[in-house]
Design a protein. Structure first.
Ligand SMILES: Cc1ncc(COP(=O)(O)O)c(C=O)c1O
Length: 418
């Protein structure tokens, strides 16, 4: 099939909500390491990694070999049977989460992980009220769509009850600044609701994305997380950390965002980079939570499938061998510094923010962001887009991106933003 035939089928046969990134859609023919080739043979530097997922690079040989070896043993058996790599991976993953976490369930995706986490939280607390950030994104199932604060993602149907949206701590833009001396004004409003629930003997459930990815790489400051932790303790909030995008080294310096920012979630949700793009998610929780849901029945036919588990085991080995947490922290810091140095004074750019290998360029308008997205593609660089108004360029490359790759990215932005 040629480009036109492929695009025609996508346009006429796929659901109308399957929308390509570019007016002239990119049709991929090959991907290797940090590069993607289109159907005409044009090579791109991939600074978006399949939406912050292919962290160990495309077609990673070590991961491919591990998956092929598992394929030759067996590909699918389902949760009704047991197999060694899943047992091994469960121990390795729980170990990365730290001592408090002792139980897990493997899903197929981030959405499924968050959906299950909410279900467990409700079952464990007998509470129905869910609090989530106004710029958060948590997935595409019914419940996770509405737990997503960005209402552009909401389906035009009636929302499930008892979901409250808390102002996102985009603290650099805050006019109040009360958090510098006392509790932050956006948390105060939530605390009033928390108190009402406590008075009824109920625990509020809160979902936090430590860095808000789809919302435009919003990075709350450390003092906000400290304040949030105090509030969580005070009101006995049941905390779910959505680490679908921030997990597995993406934020640098720690395996998960909750570890970097000092949060102590009851449940941790994972997906995306967990298996470098093979479908897998995980929900990790504590023994005390497990006790409360021990009578619950839950199943997933494909969840924790052997091929994805084989990939996931290799991902963790690579993260450790390549010292990814430190590399991401250091290279990410230098990239953020360079991007700010060259572009923060640019008239079209409001600010540049980030953590590790997640950097957002916040443009004044969505048109300017779209123009930058398209111009970057013409110059051979693939980046993403986010933010409530689609006005933020997201740079979320594979964690194997080198200083040379970042240098090339900066040079392309120099041309693009001219
Ligand atoms: C923070 C976060 N949570 C959940 C999801 C949903 O993951 P998936 O698309 O794999 O279902 C995403 C996807 O972008 C995400 O960024």
């Amino acid at each position: 099939m040629n480009s036109k035939e492929i695009s025609d089928i996508f346009n006429s046969k796929f659901a109308p909500f399957v929308r390509p990134y570019y007016g002239d859609p990119l049709i991929v023919s090959k991907a290797e390491g940090v590069h993607i080739w289109d159907i005409d043979g044009k090579k791109y530097l991939d600074a978006y990694s399949g939406v912050a997922t292919v962290s160990m690079g495309h077609s990673n040989k070590r991961i491919n070999d591990a998956v092929k070896a598992q394929m030759d043993r067996f590909g699918h058996i389902s949760y009704i049977y047991r197999f060694e790599p899943a047992a091994e991976y469960a121990s390795v993953l729980l170990n990365k989460c730290g001592g408090d976490y002792s139980r897990l369930f493997f899903t197929n995706s981030g959405s499924e992980s968050v959906d299950l986490a909410i279900m467990i939280a409700r079952a464990a607390t007998a509470s129905e009220s869910i609090f989530t950030f106004s710029e958060g994104y948590h997935g595409g199932t019914f419940l996770t769509k509405f737990s997503t604060g960005l209402d552009t993602w909401h389906a035009k149907i009636e929302a499930p009850p008892e979901i409250f949206y808390i102002t996102t701590p985009e603290c650099v833009t805050c006019r109040h600044r009360t958090c510098e001396t006392s509790r932050c004004i956006c948390l105060n409003k939530a605390c009033e609701k928390f108190e009402q629930l406590n008075r009824k003997g109920l625990r509020p459930i809160m979902i936090v994305e430590p860095v808000l990815g789809v919302g435009g790489i919003i990075t709350p400051p450390l003092h906000y997380f400290k304040m949030l932790s105090e509030v969580i303790d005070e009101y006995n909030v049941f905390l779910i950390c959505d680490e679908v995008q921030t997990g597995f080294g993406r934020v640098g310096g720690a395996f998960f965002g909750f570890q970097k920012f000092g949060l102590k979630p009851d449940i941790v949700c994972m997906g995306k980079a967990i298996a470098n793009g093979y479908p897998l998610g995980a929900v990790v929780f504590k023994e005390e939570t497990s006790e409360k849901v021990k009578d619950m029945l839950h199943f997933s036919t494909f969840g924790g499938n052997p091929l994805s588990i084989a990939a996931a085991l290799e991902v963790i080995k690579l993260i450790d061998e390549m010292d990814i947490l430190n590399v991401v922290e250091e290279n990410g810091r230098v990239f953020l510094r360079d991007m700010r140095l060259f572009f923060e004074e640019h008239t079209a750019v409001k600010r540049i923010r980030g953590a590790g290998y997640s950097v957002g360029i916040d443009f004044e308008t969505d048109d300017e962001a779209a123009a930058a997205l398209n111009a970057a593609r013409s110059e051979g660089l693939l980046v993403g887009i986010g933010g409530r108004k689609k006005n933020v360029i997201r740079v979320q490359p594979p964690l194997t991106f080198t200083t040379d790759n970042f240098h090339e990215t900066v040079e392309i932005f120099k041309k693009v933003l001219k």
